[in-house]
Design a protein around this ligand. Sequence first.
Ligand SMILES: *[C@@H]1O[C@H](CO)[C@@H](O)[C@H](O)[C@H]1NC(C)=O
Length: 594
Amino acid sequence: MCSAGRRQRVLLWGVLLAAWEAAWGQLRYSVPEEMPKGSFVGDVANDLGLQLPALPDRGIRVVTEGRTQYFALHGKTGHLVTAERIDREQLCRLVEKCVLRCELIVEGEMQVYGIEVEIMDINDNAPSFKEIEVEERISETTVPGSRFPLAEAHDPDSGQNSLQSYELSGDEHFSLAVQTGPDGDQRPELVLAKALDREEAAFHELVLRAIDGGDPARTGTARIRVTVRDANDNAPVFSQAEYTVRVPEDVPVGSVLVTVTATDPDEGLNGHVKYSMKKAKDMASHIFHVDAETGEITLLQSFDFEEGNFYELEVQARDDGDLFDMAKVLITVTDINDNVPEISVRSALNEISEDAPSGTVVALLHVHDHDSGANGEVRCSLDGNVPFRLEKSLEDYYRVVTARELDREQQSEYNVTVRASDGGWPALQSSRVLALRVLDVNDNPAEPAASLTRWLVLAVAAVSCLFLAFLLLLLALRLRRWRRSQQQQQLLATAGAALRGVPATRFVGIDGVRAFLHSYSHDVSLTADSRKSHLRFSAASCCDTLPARPPPDEPAPLLGDEEPASDSPADPAPAPVSSCGQFVSAKRPSRIVC
Ligand SMILES: *[C@@H]1O[C@H](CO)[C@@H](O)[C@H](O)[C@H]1NC(C)=O
């Protein structure tokens, strides 16, 4: 290299320096760069006035500092020529004026001449960008006029050959501005000329061209790809403002009833739509579920048409930028015929008199079907050919009435079947049987209340009969006793009459009746008081009134023929014992008595 290594030069040529600098000054040449080896630089011999033939003999050499010898002296012509291809940009990277220095040494004369060769730039370099693909991201909300610096191009050539200008092409949305930097460099800037709309164009392809001043000019280009950033300027929009669906009430749990869809033209999260149900205060949120991602509305629990047959939901589609849209979902549940008509008997007779007039009400029924529409319309009928008919009463009430008079001898009981069927397809039906007994007219007075009276009367009559039988029995006993005593008196009277000659029969009549009545009244009082002190009384009266034990040879009694004729001697009179012994034995063992 020819750069000034003054110290070395002093070391080599120290003695000579002062002489030739003073005498000769400098030789100056210029040569364009990139010339082929051996190109002419300057006529050194001529310029120095040297005798040409003598040059080699005089030991003339060109010396360049450094390893590379760029120049040589052509021996025959005395011309300075290039010894290498010279690249100005490589030699003088940052220096505007590129000058190589070398020395011409004339050894025989001990002379040295300085030569400066300026390397002239040629436009051998085009401007270039470090990156030929440039990505720019610009929000669509950016206001026109905004500037975005771009990378500069570089041209190593100097002067006119270096970068002179920029050009932008591609799109009317952008223009180019070039600023001049503090050291005179040019700085290109992208200017937004027209507002961006990502939904219209998400990308803009631009070409930036850098041009130098050479002749011909050289250019370098870079491709600029502008991506328009979304500004979430779009809210999601439902495909329908209202979704209307009709579903049968027996649709299974988990079924997708409807799918709502909203679209959002924004990109990325701003265009990501999530669905939700607007928090409903009613039951809807328990019955329906909206899938946040798919918009599917599914059923969480089974419908019951009779509980609810219409639902209105509000669904929301929201993007991540919090813009949203609302839509209504109207769900109509359609009835299916799943309810059987119900018949309830509100009132009914079990019996009816056969002379009840035609039109007599025997039952009041209520029919109801939980289904709606035709599925809930109930028709009633009576089965078979029966002497009854149905009459519509209030709303859902029916009366079963007799269609004519009934004849017990023809049919004494009826099982009337009432049938209710709804208007569904297929129809559902149910039935009830009313059992009805036909009463004979003669049985008829036996009203339910009279029946009790009848029983009471029967009971009283029975008691009375028993009492009467008891009295008769007592009477019979008395009579028997009286006859016995009568017989004894008759014996005495006969004996007395025989003595006094009076007919006995007259006494028997009057006395006998008196005695009988006496004993009877006595017994009645006994019976009446028996509740108070029957023991004492009965023992007294019984035993008092009883006659002495009849003699063993006495004939069989007149009454109570069933009694054993052979009374044992230990036995008292059998009949009285049985009558009063019943009272006694209630309180005390019977050994006291009789
Ligand atoms: C009515 O039904 C009852 C019980 O089902 C039955 O015992 C009776 O015989 C039926 N009467 C008529 C007249 O069908």
